[in-house]
Design a protein around this ligand. Structure first.
Ligand code: B12
Ligand code: SF4
Length: 500
């Protein structure tokens, strides 16, 4: 079978879609990958994202295939819908949607797609391609929701999660029948030069000033934060089998292939949800093999509970140069609401101090915080700022405006309490970059680079002063100041860089 796989994401990594492409090819099908980096990017989620000429070219690429697959996160719902409508209007090729949003909101997706994949897609897509190839029925395949011609929908539960991730080949970077939408909306063959140019502009690539290759050594997360997609995904699957790891050999093989294919790769970006939660023995084996056979600097994500002195020492010795850790809030009340009570300030400071011991050999770590949370009071945000004042320097802050993603506990609460009045505006079209203008958010912006002296930040975020300055009469003034500061930062940001 011939299957077109489409990504609307700005980033070209798309690990899941590329893995499925490689797997289908290995199993005798042909895939055509089409990357449509969303022109609106993260800033403006319009309804009509692609130009008519782009859609015409896209449809032409989908005419001679047997199946079209589209991957989507919640923010890309409008893009997937626009692409699907264009394909449906001009061809009779069935369209299957998959990815985190399809998994969490299949009922909404099946209105537009012919088939929706709930959960991991490799086996489901292979079964679907095989069945279509044989002319067999597709309405009872595990993981798939299928809409029949008369509108009836078969809703098949997901199969148990596959534990052996080594079954899947490395993501497809072959460039064979790969296509890419360039800035003017034209779809061209995806070349090595275009790939490398894109790999140079990812967030971490910008930060480290090197061309980065992004991969995942496992799937899942040991935690279940109430605002995170993992909260929704763990409810779908058996929680115990959710966190899975590829073997060290499997990951190192992939990285060796990548080094061979792209010799200019300057670092590896491991984007596992919580790489530090890999068991100690496996992490030690990874570090030994990585140091010997890959030898490139690398970055990863951490959670305050999983950073230990032992793991940090191993990783830095193997080449770890940059860590991003979610702190999210310094207020015990908010930590409890986020289901992160165990990641309290004591644990956060302990993890930050461990990371800080390696400051001479690493780039400053990034610490993520959630802002604009409807349940957060000014005092909670000021507590976060006071925690920041205690963090050892150097560091960078990555403040994210909370998006209430569907399927999460906080989304349920938000809907119940009237914080999601217009789903498109408040969730689907909201970017984590759209932070509200306020006194505490201004302090976050000023402290973002990690250069504000701790005592000054402590003073500005202290209870009496903070309360006065965050009070209603002063809000418009601080909102204006905040917007002015962000506009200035945007002007100073290097071309190709993104706001964190
Ligand atoms: C790496 C990553 C990124 C990278 C790269 C994204 C990319 N384009 O490749 C970066 C840092 C750029 C990124 C950015 C964003 N991300 Co992100 N990201 C992830 C992360 C950690 C891993 C994604 C991944 O590769 N997973 C592994 C693969 C195997 O799983 P998968 O993608 O789900 O694919 C499987 C199935 O879903 C299914 N499937 C997927 N597509 C399809 C298609 C078809 C046809 C079929 C049949 C099946 C299918 O099969 C796949 C294989 O089993 C996830 C968290 C996670 N653990 O998944 C968050 C996640 C996807 N990101 C998220 C978000 C919100 C974003 C942002 C929008 C905002 C933000 N806060 O960061 C931005 C903007 C996007 C952008 N600029 O590209 C959310 C999405 C929530 C939601 N409801 O949509 C997640 C789930 C994080 C979270 N825990 O909440 N992200
Ligand atoms: S630690 Fe991060 S990835 Fe894991 S559940 Fe919490 S927010 Fe999600």
């Amino acid at each position: 079978m011939r299957i077109a796989l489409i990504s609307p994401f700005p980033d070209i990594t798309v690990f899941g879609l590329r893995t499925m492409s490689a797997y289908l090819r290995e199993r005798g099908h042909w895939t055509r990958m089409i990357f449509l980096p969303d022109p609106a990017c993260d800033e403006d989620y319009g309804e009509e994202r692609y130009r008519p000429e782009t859609l015409r070219q896209l449809v032409a690429l989908c005419r001679d295939v047997d199946l079209v697959g589209i991957t989507l996160m919640t923010n890309y719902f409008a893009a997937a819908r626009q692409i699907t409508h264009a394909i449906h209007a001009a061809t009779s090729v069935p369209v299957v949607w998959g990815g985190v949003h399809a998994t969490i909101c299949p009922d909404e997706c099946i209105v537009h797609a012919d088939i929706v994949c709930v959960g991991d897609g490799e086996e489901a897509l292979l079964d679907l391609a095989d069945a279509l190839g044989r002319g067999a029925a597709i309405d009872a395949l595990a993981n798939l929701w299928v809409r029949a011609g008369d509108g009836a929908i078969s809703r098949n539960p997901p199969r148990p999660l596959l534990r052996d991730l080594d079954r899947y080949p490395a993501p497809d970077y072959s460039l064979a029948d790969h296509h890419f939408m360039v800035a003017d909306g034209t779809i061209t063959p995806f070349t090595r030069e275009l790939t490398e140019r894109h790999l140079r502009t990812g967030t971490v690539s910008n930060l480290l000033g090197k061309m980065g290759y992004q991969t995942m050594t496992g799937r899942g997360c040991p935690h279940k934060c109430s605002y995170c997609a993992n909260d929704a995904l763990k409810n779908l699957y058996d929680k115990r089998g959710y966190l899975r790891w590829r073997s060290v050999e499997h990951v190192i093989d992939e990285l060796e292939q990548v080094k061979h294919r792209f010799p200019d790769i300057g670092f590896v970006w491991i984007s596992d949800d919580a790489f530090f939660s890999r068991p100690s023995a496996s992490l030690a084996a990874f570090c030994t093999a990585y140091k010997e056979r890959i030898g490139l600097p690398f970055s990863c994500l951490a959670s305050p509970l999983t950073v230990t002195e032992e793991k940090m020492a191993l990783l830095v010795d193997a080449g770890l140069v940059y860590v991003q850790m979610g702190i999210e809030s310094g207020s015990a009340r908010m930590q409890a609401l986020y289901n992160r009570a165990r990641m309290d300030n004591r644990r956060v400071l302990r993890a930050a101090r461990i990371i800080n011991r390696y400051r001479a050999r690493m780039f400053p770590p990034s610490y993520d915080f959630l802002l604009d949370v409807p349940y957060e009071r000014t005092e909670d945000t000021l507590e976060s700022l006071r925690l920041i004042a205690r963090l050892p320097k150097p560091y960078r802050l990555q403040p994210f405006s909370l998006v209430l993603y569907p399927g999460t506990e906080l989304h349920r609460m938000g809907v119940r309490d009237g914080h999601v009045r217009d789903a498109h505006r408040d969730v689907y079209a909201k970017s984590y970059n759209m932070r509200a203008g306020s006194y505490p958010n201004l302090l976050f912006a000023l402290a973002q680079g990690g250069r504000m002296p701790g005592p000054l930040l402590r003073l500005l975020a202290s209870r009496p002063l903070g309360r006065v300055l965050a009070a209603a009469p002063l809000r418009p003034g601080f909102a204006w100041l905040y917007r002015a500061l962000r506009a200035l930062k945007a002007r100073l940001r290097p071309v190709g860089g993104r706001a964190a």
